[in-house]
Design a protein around this ligand. Structure first.
Ligand SMILES: N[C@@H](CCC(=O)N[C@@H](CS)C(=O)NCC(=O)O)C(=O)O
Length: 209
């Protein structure tokens, strides 16, 4: 059984959401990043101390998008990932990565400075730059959603798991007010049963439900 280190609304939700969509069994091993102190077992698996991480037999991997690509390649095919010859593939690939590299990675630090920085540092230049990067990349999402219901086209894919997670993070943590198109998209993505199951499992693992 695949073991996922994570929990709550961390990026492990991308991984478990994908696994729920694909019907892959998993066991969530909660990691509380705010608890402080040492979680020796987790740090032995990922000395860099970030989540998610999976263990699948002999395989140990970090990075949510890389893990998703691994699971799709290893346990697919799945309609969540278009074939490379499918016209939807380039947009799929672009948004799969933009969801983390352009959106979540930027807004994560905006949220960090809003919630955790000393008062005098909250509006610092770097947080402003990160918000600018997030907003410019969000423009690509908004333009695409004016054309199609999902970021790679007519069908829901793993790229939507990547992007929807980032938009949710931006609302919850980054103080971003999304437009109507993005909010409707998020409601569509987060309305899926697989997302609801993943979220319930993830919250329960942290004792949040
Ligand atoms: N690019 C990584 C980012 C992982 C990341 O920053 N995860 C957060 C929780 S959502 C974390 O573990 N933060 C604590 C840290 O970086 O030390 C991914 O997509 O997995």
């Amino acid at each position: 059984m695949i073991r996922v280190f994570g929990g709550g609304t961390s990026r492990s939700l991308r991984v478990t959401w994908l696994m729920e969509e694909m019907g892959l069994p998993y066991r969530l091993r909660p990691v509380d990043l705010l608890a402080g102190g040492g979680d020796a077992e987790f740090l032995a698996v990922n000395p860099a101390g970030f989540i998610p991480v999976i263990q699948d037999g002999d395989v140990t991997m970090a990075e949510s998008i890389a893990i998703m690509e691994y699971l799709i390649a290893r346990y697919g095919p799945t309609p969540l990932a278009p074939d490379p010859r499918d016209p939807a593939f380039p947009l799929y690939q672009q948004f799969l990565h933009l969801g983390e590299a352009g959106l979540a990675a930027s807004i994560y630090f905006v949220g960090g400075s809003r919630h955790f920085a000393p008062e005098s540092q909250r509006g610092n230049w770097t947080a402003g730059q990160a918000l600018g990067v997030f907003n410019s990349r969000l423009g690509l999402v908004t333009r695409q959603l004016a054309r199609t219901p999902y970021v790679a086209g007519e069908k829901f894919t793993a790229a939507d798991i990547s992007v929807a997670y980032a938009l949710d993070l931006a609302q919850r943590f980054g103080g971003v007010v999304l437009g109507e198109v993005e909010r409707a998209y998020l409601a569509r993505a987060n309305g899926r049963d697989a997302y609801k199951r993943a979220l319930a499992t993830s919250q329960a693992a942290m004792g949040l439900r």
